[in-house]
Design a protein around this ligand. Sequence first.
Ligand SMILES: Cc1cc2nc3c(=O)[nH]c(=O)nc-3n(C[C@H](O)[C@H](O)[C@H](O)COP(=O)(O)O)c2cc1C
Length: 193
Amino acid sequence: MFNFEQLRYHLPRTKSFKAGIDMVIFAISGSLREGSSNTEILKKIKLHLPKSTEFILYDGLSRLPHFNPDMDKENVPAEVVELRGMIKRSNAMIISTPEYAHGIPGSLKNALDWMVSTTVLENKPMAVIFGSASEGNFAKDALVEVLKTVSARIMPETLVQISASQEKVDDFNLSDDLKNLLDNLLSQTVLKS
Ligand SMILES: Cc1cc2nc3c(=O)[nH]c(=O)nc-3n(C[C@H](O)[C@H](O)[C@H](O)COP(=O)(O)O)c2cc1C
């Protein structure tokens, strides 16, 4: 199991961190649904992180305008500027998403499309959880391809597929798979620094 104290020792000190915070993880749920299992999984992950890790669960996915390259010039929408800023100042990211119609949910793809003209996702340590009715293989292939295209740092060790996620989420304990995913994500963060 990864040693959080070891990790802390390696992390660069960044002035923009709040007092008592030495790492920021930015999380996005690909489901806008009230009671979403993917959102629940992310909330549970938060409970397993040290207090000195700031965990930001993005709540603006439904407010993002539809991606339009014409709007990505001088007057970039405030919601997009905010999202880019939050991703930029994070040390690592976690996405937890369902598969919809054998693909990535449109709102999540929309958010990623807004990042393409920037470098905010470049080399960003990224863990992805696919919480779906099935194993979510289609969503996995599609999202991995997008994340590779924006040069995010993903590895097989930072991807987890959870089938029947709605039935499993009530189990309060994180599965070993998710614990390993967190360890692997955090060790990637050390490599980055
Ligand atoms: C419109 C729609 C399409 C779906 N398509 C798929 C699919 O292609 N593959 C799959 O495994 N599950 C599919 N599902 C089921 C979702 O994976 C399942 O409801 C999941 O729990 C949703 O995530 P959430 O609990 O975070 O909202 C679909 C659900 C909806 C509403």
